[in-house]
Design a protein around this ligand. Structure first.
Ligand code: ADP
Ligand code: ZN
Length: 222
């Protein structure tokens, strides 16, 4: 199964991916997580990406596509399937991905669009906390960890992403509307778009999606 997760920041892509990961047993590839890892390790690529991320801007296409290509090349679990979370985010990236898939003679099964309203997005991003070690996503009100500031899964330290502040969230939303939203149409044309109401709890979204996969599974199995 090869999936793309689309939707505004705060739509719950990461949370959903973490839930789906175990039910589908496929890799979760988040360009945001990979970029934050590069920043943490202070690599040249990380230093370059940081300038954009801190300001809520999209990182240049060549850079993220390079990351995806590397990931595909070096992880052999890829052949079992994957969920792309936060990639593609521009029409150029969607075309780049199609090119990569074509070379491998593979097709995407679904592009999942997590449709969410602005008040919900703002509430989610404001209270979001991330595990420094495993990247798991919590929320101080909606999804509190058992112990404050500590990850339920790996006991890692939880932190608030520096780009989860009001000004940067506004820029990220603008970037989303200008660059990312149009690719929903791109996947609709390919006939693989599935839209879900992402104001719902991630567990409910997961249930709905698993049902869709099971019903359409055979016809969509490339
Ligand atoms: P969110 O979906 O909550 O905005 P992500 O972790 O997916 O968070 O992304 C964080 C930041 O990383 C983005 O604001 C952007 O600067 C950068 N980024 C992640 N993925 C991409 C991508 N595919 N193209 C360009 N920039 C990206
Ligand atoms: Zn953790």
């Amino acid at each position: 199964m090869k999936l793309v997760l689309l939707g505004p920041p705060g739509a719950g892509k990461g949370t959903l991916a973490n839930l789906l990961k175990s039910s589908l047993n496929i890799l979760h590839i988040s360009t945001g997580d990979i970029l934050r890892e590069e920043i943490k390790n202070n690599t040249t690529l990380g230093q370059e990406a940081k300038k954009y991320i801190d300001n809520g801007k999209l990182v240049p296409d060549e850079l993220v596509t390079r990351l995806i290509k590397n990931k595909f090349a070096k992880d052999d679990r890829i052949s079992k399937g994957y969920m792309l979370d936060g990639y593609p985010r521009t029409e150029q990236q969607a075309q780049d991905l199609d090119k990569i898939l074509k070379e491998e003679k593979k097709l995407l099964n679904y592009a999942i669009y997590l449709d969410s309203t602005l008040p919900v997005i703002i509430q989610r991003l404001g209270g979001r906390r991330i595990c420094r070690k495993c990247g798991a996503v919590f929320h101080i009100k909606n999804r509190p960890p058992k112990k404050e500031g500590v990850c339920d899964l790996c006991q890692g330290e939880l932190y608030q992403r520096p780009d989860d502040n009001k000004t940067t969230i506004e820029t990220r939303m603008k970037e989303y509307l200008t660059n990312t939203k149009p690719i929903i149409e791109y996947y609709k044309k390919q006939g693989i778009l599935v839209t879900v109401d992402s104001d719902e709890e991630s567990e409910d979204v997961q249930t709905i999606l698993m049902k869709t996969f099971n019903e359409n599974g055979k016809s969509h199995n490339h």
